[in-house]
Design a protein around this ligand. Structure first.
Ligand code: CP3
Length: 344
């Protein structure tokens, strides 16, 4: 069979491209007028996530508009909590609401739930996207890292700092370890399901690496991610695994030791020169620039994009941002970024 090269995948596998492959976290979403239209049609964010046809359209929209090298599945990291039996709602301006907040007596129920049935619409989205994606484009599946998902489940929603989970870890470490273990098991099933439906790579979002003390990070974040990535590689060895430990700072080094991680995403706080010296020798790097600069646009955004491209020149690097695109980002600024990345 004639195979078309997929720049995003070849870059991860170590081929130096002419210009870095590029995609953006939250490339599908509220900054796109065509997304806002779909979202209105769907009625709620949950309906949109669980309607495979609409979710597939949302996934493909930014790839068609910007010609990014990868699509990221349109779904949410908290769908797995929903699949474990927790009620999940997204309220305008309030973020996710999970009910009831998790407690130790809930663990057996979480453990015994078969998530694959309620997540079937997501697998179906993957199949539809795969069928509609242009040759040469990759499809990235994803899940939340156990610590991040658990933090939302314990708090019942968004908080400014994962202090509640940290405190619970000190008070009742075996509850937290068991809880993380259950989420990790479900996450392996979830990601393998996405891979089998057609995902070309998977990303794990550790959005709450922010605020993790050095003494706790290994136990609650690095170890579960090490286990998940190892089990994915055992089952599906050809699939690249991306980790994005947002807010990890110099503790990125601990994630760089995770053997079955291929790519590390970097946020906008960590110094890219330090990353090039200390992390890039071990893992392909993805991301970096502050999404708020893309919200603002102009010369500062352009200079920052060029700075990252220069720092990571000469090695495989995936262009992305240091977190998701802000909902108010003008599409013109994203076009400009694409132009800068592709000019080489
Ligand atoms: O384009 C893409 O990135 C694909 C889809 C995607 C969404 N969420 C859609 C979404 C992905 C990869 C995510 C990941 C996600 N979800 C993370 C990890 C990345 C990060 O932001 O740190 C987290 C923490 C969540 C949980 C979540 N989902 C929160 C806290 C919120 C509310 C805040 C907000 O941005 O509104 C969401 C909602 C959400 N997830 C939206 C989208 C497009 C907006 C909801 C809407 O359209 O009404």
């Amino acid at each position: 069979m004639h195979s078309v090269s997929v720049p995003f995948l070849s870059c991860i596998k170590g081929t130096l491209p002419d210009t870095p492959p590029v995609w953006f976290m939250r490339q599908a979403g509220r900054h796109l007028p065509e997304y806002r239209e779909l979202r209105r049609k769907a009625g709620s964010f949950m309906n949109l996530c669980l309607d495979s046809e609409l979710a597939a359209l949302a996934t493909l929209q930014p790839v068609s508009r910007y010609d990014t090298d990868a699509a990221i599945l349109f779904a949410d990291i908290l769908l797995i909590a929903h699949a474990m039996g927790v009620s999940l709602r997204f309220e305008e301006g309030k973020g996710p609401q999970l009910h009831p907040p998790a407690k130790p007596s809930d663990l057996p129920e979480y453990e015994n739930t078969d998530i694959s049935r309620s997540l079937e619409p997501v697998f179906n989205t993957v199949r539809l996207v795969k069928a509609g994606l242009a040759p040469g484009k990759a499809l990235i599946g994803f899940a939340g890292a156990p610590w991040t998902v658990m933090t939302y489940m314990l708090a019942g929603g968004t908080q400014s700092d994962p202090a509640g989970s940290r405190r619970e870890y000190y008070r009742n470490p075996s509850f937290i370890r068991d809880f993380l273990g259950i989420i990790a098991d479900k996450t392996v099933d979830y990601l393998v399901g996405q891979i089998d439906a057609g995902a070309d790579a998977v990303q794990l979002f550790e959005s709450w690496a922010t605020g993790l003390p050095w003494s706790v990070l290994e136990d609650v974040s690095v170890r579960p991610l090490d286990e998940i990535t190892r089990r994915i590689k055992e089952k599906r060895p050809a699939i690249p695994v991306i980790l994005f430990p947002k807010g990890a700072g110099e503790k990125m080094q601990a994630y760089a030791r995770i053997a079955c991680c291929d790519v590390l995403g970097i946020d906008y706080c960590v110094d890219p020169v330090w990353v090039r010296e200390n992390i890039a020798p071990f893992k392909t790097i993805q991301g970096g620039p502050d999404p708020l600069l893309v919200l603002e646009g102009g010369k500062r955004m352009e200079a920052m994009a060029r700075r990252y491209l220069e720092i990571f020149s000469g090695i495989p690097y995936v262009f992305n941002l240091g977190h998701g695109l802000h909902p108010q980002t003008p599409v013109e600024n994203v076009y400009k970024l694409m132009e800068i990345v592709r000019e080489g």
